[in-house]
Design a binder for this molecule. Structure first.
Ligand code: FAD
Length: 184
């Protein structure tokens, strides 16, 4: 398919979007400001990466509080069981800890991330690291790169830029300000 689709943000949300698109026959381009993908995800694995929780689904969904109504359709089509199946299909068995949290057997993020990235690259997803998205104007998307300002145009763009915590891992949250500026 010829649609040029960009995903900005190479954390787990952006990588999952790339996987879904690639399964649908697209070849997305994933941009990230950092030199490598999934830095916060890797940090998450240091203390033992829990992928989801094994509690009863209705109770699980209620943990999202005021966001539940918004997120319920997504939870319905990708439940905690689907999450475990996803990891298994990638080659990572999981187990339920005494807290009910679900971990890959080694509790690590590194091996899972490396396998995931390899799968995405093998299926045609392109990665452009050290590309910090600055904003857009008249359908031109601007990125700061080591080679200077780069401009791209796309048919579709998915923003998966993360929240504002652990900025040293890339999740600065400054994109909120940038997109507000573009809208005004
Ligand atoms: C210490 C720690 C432990 C954790 N443990 C767990 C756990 O066990 N289980 C769990 O599920 N979660 C855990 N988390 C939370 C988990 O890491 C996050 O929920 C997850 O990384 C969010 O994914 P995301 O893709 O939405 O955002 P992020 O992972 O933050 O990814 C966003 C990406 O966008 C990029 N980006 C941001 N701005 C720009 C820009 N302007 N231009 C280009 N790129 C940009 C960033 O560089 C980053 O790579 C933990 C987090 C921390 C810090």
């Amino acid at each position: 398919m010829s649609n040029k689709i960009a995903i900005i943000g190479a954390g787990p949300a952006g990588l999952m979007a790339a996987e879904i698109l690639s399964e649908a026959g697209y070849f997305p381009i994933v941009f990230d400001a950092m030199p490598s993908a999934g830095r916060k995800f890797l940090r998450a694995g240091r203390g033992g990466l829990n992928l989801t929780h094994a509690e009863e689904f209705t109770l699980f969904a209620s943990r999202y509080f005021e966001a539940q109504s918004f997120l319920q359709p997504a939870l319905d089509i990708f439940s905690p069981d689907d999450m475990q199946l996803w990891a298994k299909n990638l080659g990572f068995e999981t187990f339920v800890g005494s807290s009910g949290k679900v971990y890959p057997l080694d509790k690590k993020a590194g091996p899972l991330l490396r396998t995931w990235l390899r799968k995405l690259k093998n299926s045609g997803t392109e990665f452009k690291m050290k590309h910090k998205w600055l904003g857009f104007s008249n359908d031109i998307w601007q990125f700061e790169t080591p080679d200077g300002l780069c401009e791209y145009s796309f048919d579709r763009v998915i923003l998966a830029l993360g929240g504002a915590s652990w900025p040293q891992l890339g999740s600065t949250g400054t994109w909120v300000k940038d997109t507000k500026r573009e809208r005004s």
